[in-house]
Design a protein around this ligand. Structure first.
Ligand code: SF4
Length: 492
């Protein structure tokens, strides 16, 4: 077998950013570890059909058993955008297999795929590559849909991509990594696949340091994202990153999630944050209201976390901090939300706030085992009776958003209030995400007071720059494929 990995992460929430998909890089690494040839094509929906067809034929040449592995973490319908290219490839290569990963729900309306890997799939993918019996993972046979219901954390290890010259990485890139796999907590609304983990497998600081050094020395990369859902769930986990950053030949700019209430409860972590000096951080605060916060198993009320935010600001003055607030939670109220936001603005406790209406959803089809949160599984039992279907989730007909009610709101009112709050606060504080900030920083466009610039202006500047970078990448990658693959087999 010979593999071509096609990745597309640019059609999600931040189409104007320029960063590499971690899943595709990990897949590519695992294929090579198993002794097969593989190369990676990023942003496959940006390639013209002619160029993509040339690339496929240049890479596969006369290969008898080619495999196209498609990774789409945000929008599985990206597969439709290369339907003709795949059809042409199947004609040229009758044994071609097309496999797909990156989604957490299976949608039977998506055709053209031979094997679906749902959710975190390293262990399943290894088994498929080795040709071992897949019965334990099989949840559908036509097409084959594989899901891992029993993780082995010695196989599903923290992701640390292998960097190849032919990935044409640039100083504008942001690269991902994981410190560990699994989170020991089990928050009511969380759908991280490996929550409630008994064992969290961690990487080591030496390996992580080598990764940072290689990325910077070879490709000039300074921007990274820690993909862990909770890098500070324990002091040890965060210390791995602090040790990896200490003594580097450059200052990495890292973006990450963090739990603010854990920093408050374990103030010794402040020193680790001081050593790391993150570029940006996202705190899933959920609510600054004491009652609402405790009902979602957090202690993020404004009285508990205000001092922590001030301490972080003092110790890490350049870290851009973002707080996520859920609108509509039981125990909360509009006046409480407004007064805490006013306090955040007055005291400059955060650089940005993100306001989301509570979302409770349900997939109509097969999912990975962690896809539904405790709240999704039993909304009424958790205090949110359901009164019907609200809409399909981001246009995905496989997932339905449900119409819930709380003790003071419901899904429609919470959506409207989120919009109104956005309008009321957008000229007082940023409303961008942590990844957006670091992504803009990598493109040279970030500003602490970005809210003073109209959104369309900075988004179109970022889009123009990232589009140029993607087109430049496509030219280099295609040229590499045409000059380094089997020339006699190229058919354009
Ligand atoms: S919300 Fe964060 S801390 Fe809670 S279970 Fe999920 S990953 Fe863990």
């Amino acid at each position: 077998m010979k593999f071509l990995v096609l990745s597309e992460n640019g059609n999600g929430t931040w189409p104007y950013l320029y960063y590499r998909g971690m899943g595709a890089l990990e897949l590519h690494k695992r294929i090579q570890q198993h002794g097969y040839q593989s190369t990676l094509i990023d942003w496959f929906t940006v390639w013209s059909p002619d160029k993509l067809t040339s690339a496929i034929q240049a890479w596969f040449g006369d290969e008898v058993n080619p495999v196209i592995a498609i990774s789409t973490p945000f929008d599985i319908t990206d597969v439709y955008k290369i339907k003709e290219v795949l059809a042409q490839a199947r004609t040229r290569y009758p044994n071609l297999k097309v496999i797909h990963g990156g989604s957490r729900t299976y949608n039977p309306q998506i055709k053209d795929i031979d094997v679906f890997f749902l959710g975190r799939s390293m262990q399943v993918f290894d088994a498929w590559l080795k040709g071992t019996d897949l019965t334990v993972y099989t949840v559908n046979t036509d097409p084959l849909v594989l899901v891992n219901k029993n993780f082995d954390q010695t196989v599903d290890t923290p992701v640390l991509p292998k960097l190849d010259d032919n990935d044409f990485l640039t100083p504008y890139d942001i690269l991902g990594f994981e410190i560990g796999v699994g989170c020991k907590f089990n928050c009511t609304f969380c759908n991280y696949e490996l929550r409630g983990a008994k064992v969290t497998t961690l990487t080591d600081s030496y390996t992580l340091k080598q990764y940072f050094e290689e990325a910077h020395a070879k490709y000039g990369i300074r921007y990274f994202f820690a993909a862990d859902d909770t890098p500070n769930e324990t002091d040890d986990k965060l210390a791995i990153l602090a040790d990896a950053v200490d003594g580097l030949s450059f200052k990495p700019k890292i973006t990450a999630y963090s739990r603010l209430d854990i920093i408050t409860g374990r103030p010794q972590q402040l020193e680790l944050y001081r050593r790391i000096q993150f570029d940006s951080l996202f705190f899933g605060i959920e609510s600054f209201n004491n009652n609402a916060s405790r009902l979602v198993r957090k202690k993020s009320d404004i009285g508990s976390v205000e001092q922590t935010l001030k301490d972080l600001r003092r110790l890490c003055p350049d870290t851009f901090t973002v707080g996520g607030i859920i609108i509509g939670l039981n125990g909360d109220s509009e006046s409480s939300i407004r007064s805490s936001l006013d306090r955040v603005v007055e005291q400059q406790l955060l650089d940005s706030v993100q306001l989301y209406p509570l979302s409770i959803s349900r997939s109509r089809y097969i999912t990975d085992p962690g896809y539904h949160s405790a709240l999704d599984n039993d909304p009424a039992g958790n205090g949110y009776p359901i009164t019907g279907l609200l809409e399909f989730h981001r246009g995905n007909s496989a997932v339905q958003n449900l119409n819930w009610t709380s003790d003071w709101s419901n899904s429609i009112d919470a959506g409207e209030l989120s919009q109104q709050l956005y309008l009321d606060y957008r000229d007082k504080i940023n409303t961008i995400n942590f990844m957006e900030y670091t992504g803009l920083n990598a493109l040279g466009l970030a500003k602490r007071d970005l809210y003073l610039t109209p959104t369309q202006v900075w988004q179109s500047q970022a889009m123009a720059k990232s589009s140029r970078l993607k087109l430049n990448y496509i030219d280099k990658k295609l040229n590499w494929l045409l000059t380094n693959s089997n020339q006699s087999c190229i058919v354009v």
